[in-house]
Design a protein around this ligand. Sequence first.
Ligand code: PGA
Ligand code: ZN
Length: 427
Amino acid sequence: MKIREVHARRVWDSRGRPTVEVEVINEDGTTGCGIAPAGASRGTREAVELRDGGQRFKGLDVQAALRGIEHEIAPALAGQEVTNQSGIDATLIALDGTPNKARLGGNALTATSLAVLSAAAAHARLPLWQYLAGGRPVALPLPQIQIFGGGAHAGRRVDVQDFMVIAAGAATFAQALEMTAEVYRAAGELMAARGPLSGVADEGGWWPSFSRNEEALDTLVAAIEKAGFIPGDEVAIALDIAASEFGQGGRYRLALENEELDSDALCERLVGWVDRYPIVSIEDPLAEDDEAGLVAFTRAVGHRIQVVGDDYLVTNAARVHAAAALGACNTVLIKPNQAGTVTETLAALEAAQSLGYATIVSARSGETEDVAIVHLATGWNAGQLKVGSFARSERMAKWNEGVRIETRPHAPVRFAGRAALAGGRKA
Ligand code: PGA
Ligand code: ZN
């Protein structure tokens, strides 16, 4: 089936900022849409967004990206076979012509590539996850769900960016959400009772006013217990330190504790947390430029817990291979807009799977109602999914889509469960 038309429009993300939506129309009239999300704590090697600059919307408008789609991408894609995802993505990459997609914009390419994928599934008259699975057995991903937001998503009120839970004891995706709903509510009640509740952060997690990073961990354990679950066994903790946000050149500044740590000291601090708290996963424990630190941390705890590379690996297959050769991380965060096309995203995921690394498909802090990543996580059998907290509809739309896939009539889809976690401590 050939593509007839490609259109672009400006829509708005969950932070009220402009973003790019692309609609692909096939010759048979079936259509597909894709919307680019936007990160706030980005790796330096990610595909670059094209933003207009200037005064309008604080420089964040996307008119140049829309013009590039209408004038360059649309004519190049018209008449191409919609199911030839890798060929179309190669066309997009060649058209852009830069190593980091800066000319046409990673936002333009991501939205286009996802729209093509969704149009191909629409032509096949299949839900996207099923189109991607191509008849292989797949499983619903184990969710990582944020309870407190910090770092760049909450005015840097706490240094650690995401305090999340993993409902390791859940037998189904729906049950994982039920358990998380109870913990999220319990955490909000505890914080309201103790005073440090200041609303919700960018991804819907409670915006905390803790005085130490460990106070967040203590409160999270208390919330898991208050919700009636055994910490670690039924509901475990996952952290995204996002250390590139507060560290560079092997020096880390913890604002909350008013401490400056070197790489070894931060590593030791985090290993101490792994020893004392029911943590099963830590993302970006050290900064993206601290490869030696990432290797040392993985050597110290990689056999026990997940060590996840986000800013460091930026959904790039070559970087995943290089990290594996060094022994850095054992899990890869997969964000389509870090790579810029579906094909490059899949290449990073397949590289990880071939090396025995676990994979987590992830949303961004700036999101929309687009639920494609839930289908990618399921159809590609990624094992895990991270889309922020358990509030706000740009997040809930994704969790609800997982429920729809799991409970579809006649042919329920299996749940990956705790077996999807890397590291020995599977809670
Ligand atoms: P971002 O953060 O979307 O703001 O970059 C998400 C993450 O670090 O995982
Ligand atoms: Zn991250």
